[in-house]
Design a protein around this ligand. Sequence first.
Ligand SMILES: Nc1ncnc2c1ncn2[C@@H]1O[C@H](COP(=O)(O)OP(=O)(O)OP(=O)(O)O)[C@@H](O)[C@H]1O
Ligand SMILES: [Mg+2]
Length: 269
Amino acid sequence: MLRHTLVVRKNINSSSLLETKNLESYYGPIMALKGVSLTVKQGEIVTVLGANGAGKTTLLKNISGVMVPEKGDILHFRDNIEGFDTDKLVLKGISHVPEGREIFPLLSVEQNLFLGAFTRNNNPEISKDLDVVFSYFPILESRLTQQANTLSGGEQQMLAIGRGLMSRPSIMLLDEPSLGLSPILVKEIFTILKKLNKEQNLTILLVEQNAKAALDLADYGYVMELGRVVMDGKTNDLKSSKDIQEFYLGAKEESQLTQRRWKNRKTWR
Ligand SMILES: Nc1ncnc2c1ncn2[C@@H]1O[C@H](COP(=O)(O)OP(=O)(O)OP(=O)(O)O)[C@@H](O)[C@H]1O
Ligand SMILES: [Mg+2]
């Protein structure tokens, strides 16, 4: 049963790894988050869906310390972490793979991966982790000395995720990893994410516009619209929701959907 609510999951249990509560965030006068509450439990994959400009990237930026929220709380194992520096949050186990990958283009694959371990100084441990990354992304090992900007889009995404893993995160925030990739590559990367979740106990908060891939991967989903959460539920329930099917899983082009929604004045609320 879906809950169309602005307040997230009640009965939050002790296994909650990350929570945001009524988060408000601005770009100058523009209010991009209008009270966003969500919960990510330990070991879960949670996805946040939403159209362009819904506030998904802003949400991740607030959680990872790139932006400081105006109001609200961000809890990591029940400790308030809003306003913390990104470095401190990486040390706490929060890794952010940003929109557009943001790898260091002129550095090699190896240098990019080592930079992911910048908060650590135990070299034998770092080498071991490098081997773990290579076991999930063997292509990176074969491209170790290659300059990052000469990798394909899919390889760059793998490098961005691999670099994120090098900080030994307990939770990875992923911003549209499918962007610009072929369906086959999306499938490949999402399969690896599932394996990382199962085998490395990596909790994942995944922002996506590719609703089908994200709902297939995740356990729980939130839908954002204009800075608010307008729907949340288990992904199996979301997949059978008419609204989700109409706006996110339909075969129609996004432009047609937007137009139709506008004409009908249909809203999530
Ligand atoms: N640097 C910025 N300066 C001003 N406004 C911004 C800035 N970045 C985002 N916004 C605005 O904040 C709102 C939320 O943007 P955000 O990038 O979080 O959306 P999104 O859901 O990630 O969209 P997309 O799917 O296109 O990546 C939008 O209205 C956007 O125009
Ligand atoms: Mg975005």
